[in-house]
Design a protein around this ligand. Structure first.
Ligand code: CUA
Length: 344
């Protein structure tokens, strides 16, 4: 009885993440997935390439073993099938030469399979010392990513801006539960564990948006904890860095001015905007919000309609989010949207 229960528990622990992912999945998320596919086998940088090599190498070896075993099985089934009037087959045991050969083949096979993983492990673990490399700290929160550039003095959220052609050294940790930061097309991932830092690196060869995803089941909105790498040419990246360091904080329209006041009275307890008096630490730093391509931890595209929808009822977009539903009129939300989209 205990054995059955144990097995059932094991089975559930394997099935639950998949079922949960299905349960919280939505057509919108599925659409996101196809827009920027998280395709491990379509690498867009050297780190990802070495991993794709491992996967395709393993697939080839495994396919070879599968075909060999299938052929041997088919041969044995046909050759030694039960025949009409035949005697019972003769049993044999104890064939040291065969057993030693079988073991050697097995060990050789495993060694061959280790060649590429070991190579990739070397690429993955060895932190690049390139002097142009960018250092980034990625901090997991339920359910969004804080992204800091300690040497550049920039703090942002959910979108990792990076220059193309140089490595990005990532150190990651978490403030609550274990998360896992991954941008599959750029390579590797590592666990974001509360109380410790782990490190790895990514590199993008071409400018573009690369979708990522928290890879560790971390609560109700785990499936909605996305991330994006925004790879830019070095010149575009520098321009982004400059504008993040010298953000425009004065609202440009009357509506946005009203939005600024509303931000102060409703949002500033949780959100920071660099260069202003808003210094909240609970939610994402919203400096340069107008540059973001997505909102709500990557769940919605960043446009005024979606931002209004998000502010009006965050729980309907992202169940469990700490962002509260505030009693704001439609006009107030429009003003907030105007202010936030103007933060560049
Ligand atoms: Cu964070 Cu899953």
């Amino acid at each position: 009885m205990r054995g059955i229960r144990f097995r059932l528990k094991r089975l559930l622990s394997v099935l639950t993440p998949g079922v949960l992912a299905l349960a919280v999945g939505s057509p919108a998320l599925a659409a996101e997935g196809t827009k920027y596919p998280q395709a491990l086998l379509d690498p867009a940088g050297p780190q990802a390439e070495s991993l794709a090599e491992v996967i395709s190498w393993d697939l080839q070896v495994i396919t070879g073993i599968f075909i060999a075993v299938s052929l041997i099985t088919a041969y044995i089934l046909i050759k030694f099938r039960r025949r009409e009037g035949a005697d019972a087959p003769e049993q044999s045991h104890g064939n040291p030469r065969f057993e030693v050969t079988a073991w050697l083949v097995l060990v050789m096979g495993l060694l061959v399979m280790m060649v590429h993983p070991l190579k990739a492990e070397g690429v993955f673990v060895k932190m690049p010392t390139d002097e142009n490399a960018v250092d980034v700290e990625v901090i997991g929160h339920q359910w969004w990513w804080e992204i800091r550039y300690p040497k550049l003095g920039i703090v942002t959220a959910n979108e990792l801006h990076m220059p193309t052609g140089v490595p990005v050294r990532i150190r990651t940790t978490s403030v609550d539960v274990i998360h896992s930061f991954a941008i599959p097309r750029l390579g590797g991932k590592d666990e974001s564990i509360p109380g410790r830092w782990t490190q790895f690196w990514l590199q993008a060869d071409e400018p573009g948006i690369y979708q990522g995803q928290c890879m560790q089941l971390c609560g109700a909105s785990h499936a909605r904890m996305l991330a994006r790498a925004v790879a830019q040419t070095p010149a575009d990246f520098d321009a982004w860095v400059q504008s993040m360091k010298n953000p425009v904080t004065t609202p440009q329209t009357e509506l946005a001015q009203r939005g600024e006041q509303l931000f102060g009275s409703n949002c500033a307890a949780c959100h920071t905007v660099d260069g202003t008096a808003f210094k909240g630490k609970v939610g994402p730093n919203q400096t340069g919000f107008g540059y973001r391509t997505s909102i709500g931890g990557g769940v919605l595209e960043n446009n005024p309609q979606n931002l209004a929808r998000w502010i009006a009822d965050p729980q309907s977009v992202k169940p469990g989010t700490k962002m509260p539903k505030l009693p704001l009129s439609k006009d107030a939300i429009d003003a907030l949207v105007a202010y936030m989209e103007g933060l560049k």
